[in-house]
Design a protein around this ligand. Structure first.
Ligand code: UDP
Ligand code: MG
Length: 315
């Protein structure tokens, strides 16, 4: 019987020194398994020569292909590009810095063979050090889980296996601002997860700057919940009640002639409420911005060059 076909999609942004190590590790893993496989790197507009390395490897190694985006579109967009191009019976997505251990691939495939359409991974932290990244990640999952209608497990990453069926659905969604951790959860089907311990990066430093982490968090929250828009309702109600209570006091002060110039309270009130209003306007702006960018329906990414087996050839 012909063995099943697996594509491994790896978005990379300035990961020059990690590519060969990762590719070799994946070859090593698949040499012990009975699958046809293809490693598809997505160069997300790297400027460190990553695309030259990918080009050379893809010419020498028939199991490796790549696409290069016209600029840095961001991890989620690069992942979308990879999924769109990926062929095969299932697709595995993972990071390009060796933090997602290739040794976990057999466990993902085993769960897929057990009948699961999505095999997620959960990162387990053994170390007790509380870095900024870990703390902010924990906070992000707390916030997103408290305001959205489904749960994304803390420690989730874009390291997962998806069956062809799920990949096709995810690719057809055509979201302008995809957040895969939410989308995969949202599509349903039978899902499970395996636990792993994250390694240190093999080389280089994180490509998720604080700005990119913040953008991802905002995208995650605004893609899957409109509850922040309702924030205005609660302080609004509270403030209306408080101002109603304030009226008798103001009348009393006026009638008894004890009314103060009230400069301090005025300034405090104005400052507080302008801040609150600006924040709420900002939240509305975030959602409005999303509506505008969806309505423009620009592509999520643009491919500059590629060297890969044609999608249809291996389906
Ligand atoms: N990445 C990308 N585009 C970006 C930022 C990151 O393709 O704009 C890739 C990066 O090369 C890596 C993966 O996304 O393969 C995860 O990024 P990173 O390891 O820097 O994130 P961290 O593990 O620090 O959260
Ligand atoms: Mg990493």
């Amino acid at each position: 019987m012909k063995s099943k076909y697996v594509t491994v999609v790896i978005p990379v942004y300035n990961e020059r020194d990690n590519i060969i190590v990762l590719k070799d590790a994946i070859h090593q893993v698949f040499s012990q398994l009975n699958y046809q496989y293809y490693i598809l790197f997505v160069d997300d507009g790297s400027s460190d020569g990553t695309s030259n390395i990918l080009y050379t490897i893809s010419c020498l190694d028939e199991c490796v292909g790549f696409i290069s985006l016209s600029r840095n579109f961001g991890h989620q967009a690069a992942l979308k590009a990879g999924l769109d191009m990926a062929s095969g019976d299932c697709v595995i997505s993972m990071d390009g810095d060796m933090q997602h251990p290739p040794s976990l691939l057999p466990s993902l495939l085993e769960q897929w063979e057990n009948g699961y359409d999505v095999v997620n991974t959960i990162r387990q932290d053994n170390s007790s050090n509380h870095s900024f990244k870990k703390t902010s990640s924990r906070l992000f999952y707390k916030v997103i889980n408290s305001i959205s209608d489904f749960e994304i497990k803390a420690g989730s990453a874009d390291f997962r296996l998806m069956s062809r069926k799920v990949v096709d659905i995810i690719c057809s969604l055509n979201e302008n601002d995809p957040f895969f951790r939410g989308l995969v959860n949202w599509v349903g089907f039978s899902q499970t997860y395996v636990v792993y311990t994250a390694q240190e990066r093999f080389s280089g430093s994180s490509k998720y700057s604080i700005k990119k982490m913040f953008q991802l968090a905002v995208r995650g929250i605004t893609s899957f919940s409109v509850r922040p828009l309702y924030i205005a309702i609660y302080p609004g109600m509270l403030i209306s009640i408080l101002s109603l209570l304030y009226i008798p006091y103001a009348l009393y002060s006026y009638l008894t002639g004890t009314a103060q110039p009230g400069w301090t309270s005025l300034i405090v009130t104005v400052a507080f409420f302008s801040g609150l209003q600006l924040m709420l306007l900002g939240i509305i702006g975030l959602y409005l911005g999303k509506v505008i960018s969806e309505s423009k329906s620009r592509p999520v990414y643009i491919i500059k060059e590629s060297n890969l087996i044609k999608k249809t050839a291996v389906r």
